[in-house]
Design a protein. Structure first.
Length: 535
């Protein structure tokens, strides 16, 4: 081959190599752009930890921003000495084979970081053997996982404490049932059996012993009603937070000897059942704490509307509690305070506790919707008689048997009412209803002259039934019949257009009398009867 030809051939080869080199440089440039844009850290380092390349995300992990090129620097320069040993071991292990794992890096310019890494050996003619590093920071993930574990542990601890409190309350209830109600029922049974024997022998004092046994049973019924009320206040569902609190505080003061004053500073609207129950339990728990821990002889409950919120405060003049236990969320709280905060959080409410050596004040706040304010005026207007008085006072025609519908969810109660009216020829039980919805249906079907209406019924409460009938059947006479006795019940009964109220404990004495009075066109409320009795 001639030299010229060889020269031309060599010149052509050189041109091809130059073109290939430019292509490789272009590809390298695009690969680098791609790596720089990744949200995971990527770097190439020597076996000794010298950085040959790192993308911005890797730099963020090991160095303080803003990002600067780390090429030529040693990874050690960004890590505290405590992390060097783990780093060196990882690099040596990965020089020959791929590996992956998790490293805790003690970064010089920031807090400790947990990094999930993959190491890949990369042969390099220019730099010698390199190690590629792909790094993902999992610090927040680990912190979140730890927080979740801590939270689960807290929930388990709280659940354990709640179970202990529940067991203690059950023991307390069992003791009350056995030591008081159980013993008194046993004695009442013995007295009834003794009276039965005396009846057969014609003993002269049977009437007195029956009256004594009746009073004994009344006492037992009252104790059972009190225990039931402490477990769940039925008045709360029927007539709202404030009357229920007044009733509870009155009974609590009598049972405990603690002087509790209640001050209602606004017209309080009805809230939903969860909100009213939460606030009621806050007062209940707070007064229990005052009695057990404060040493205060008195307590004050104040209720009012402030800035579109219903605020309930419970204050005492006792020895106070430590602030860190009262307001610090991470403090080792007792079940009572933690339970109160939990209850309020479910209804978007807040709890604040202020305490010093002069006493403690618990403030519970629940937001009130504007629609609830309208219910105040609506309930106030409902207080006026809604049906014409000539309808309510029209007596049943003389000589006609009056038809009576009984609405009560307990079969025993309905049977007892039937027995009371069995020997009253002018009064007829024409039907029975087991819940509020059935009561409305039976009124439309049977057209009774009088409805004897229990307040606490499923599906639809007694006052809801009465208010519905006040609009749809204003001539129907209604006699409220309930285990609850409170002035607010009588007020609500009058507001709902009812003509009378009889306490179940006094049914044998008053129910037939009340039915007759109302059917004659009058009213029968125990407070009016008491005022009319001679002193």
């Amino acid at each position: 081959m001639r030299p010229e030809h060889r020269k031309r051939k060599a010149s052509g080869t050189q041109g091809k190599n130059s073109t290939a080199g430019r292509k490789r440089e272009g590809a390298y440039f695009h690969y680098r752009e791609l790596l720089d844009a990744l949200e995971i850290g990527v770097a190439c380092v020597s076996e000794r930890g010298i950085i040959r390349y790192s993308n911005p995300r890797f730099g963020d992990m090991v160095a303080a921003p803003p990002f600067k090129s780390l090429t030529g620097t040693n990874l050690r320069s960004f890590l505290s000495g405590s992390s060097w040993r783990d780093l060196d071991m990882a690099l040596r292990r990965s020089a020959g084979v791929p590996s992956e794992g998790q490293l805790q890096l003690d970064v010089v310019s920031g807090p400790k970081r947990m990094i999930r890494v993959s190491f890949v050996p990369i042969p390099s003619a220019e730099y010698g053997p390199l190690i590629g590093i792909v790094a993902t920071e999992v610090t927040r993930l680990m912190e979140t996982a730890q927080a979740l574990r801590d939270s689960e542990a807290s929930v388990q601890n709280l659940s354990a404490r709640l179970l202990r409190v529940q067991d203690e309350e059950r023991r307390h209830m069992a003791r009350d049932l056995h030591d008081t109600i159980g013993q008194e029922l046993a004695i009442a049974v013995m007295r009834v059996e003794q009276i039965a024997k005396e009846v057969s022998t014609g003993a002269p004092n049977v009437q007195e012993e029956l009256a004594e046994c009746s009073e004994w049973l009344r006492k037992i019924e009252s104790e059972i009603r009190t225990l039931s009320y402490v477990l769940h206040p039925p008045l709360l569902d029927q007539i709202g937070l404030v009357p229920a609190l007044k009733w509870y505080i009155e009974g609590f003061s009598k049972r405990s000897g603690l002087n509790v004053q209640i001050d209602v500073r606004s017209k309080i609207p009805r809230l939903n059942v969860e909100e009213e129950t939460a606030l009621f339990r806050i007062v209940q728990e707070s007064l229990t704490n005052v009695l057990r821990h404060s040493g205060s002889p008195e307590a004050y409950v104040r209720i009012g509307l402030e800035n579109d919120s219903l605020c309930v405060s419970i204050e005492d003049k006792g020895q106070g509690i430590k602030r860190d236990r009262a307001n610090e969320p991470k403090a080792p709280l007792g079940v009572g305070i933690a339970g109160m905060r939990g209850r309020l959080s479910l209804v978007q409410g807040t709890l604040d506790i202020q305490s010093d050596e002069q006493g403690t004040k618990v403030n519970a706040t629940v937001p009130v919707r504007r629609a609830d304010y309208k219910s105040v005026s609506a309930s106030e207007s409902a207080a006026a008689p809604a049906r014409p008085m000539h309808h309510a006072q029209q007596p049943v025609a003389q000589g006609r048997t009056a038809r009576i519908l009984v609405a009560d969810d307990h079969e025993i109660a309905r049977r007892g009412i039937r027995d009371l009216f069995r020997d009253e020829p002018e009064l007829e039980i024409c039907g029975e209803a087991q819940d509020g919805v059935e009561a409305l249906a039976k009124v439309n079907e049977l057209h009774p002259d009088l409805l004897i209406l229990d307040l606490s019924m499923p599906k639809m409460g007694g006052f809801s039934v009465a208010n519905h009938l006040r609009r749809t059947n204003p001539s129907l006479k209604i006699l409220v019949y309930s285990t609850h006795s409170h002035p607010d019940i009588e007020r609500m009964a009058r507001s709902a257009g009812c003509r009378g109220y009889v306490h179940k404990a006094n049914a044998a004495r008053d129910l037939v009398r009340g039915a007759r009075a109302i059917l004659r066109g009058g009213e029968f409320y125990e407070c009016d009867i008491a005022r009319s009795q001679p002193a």
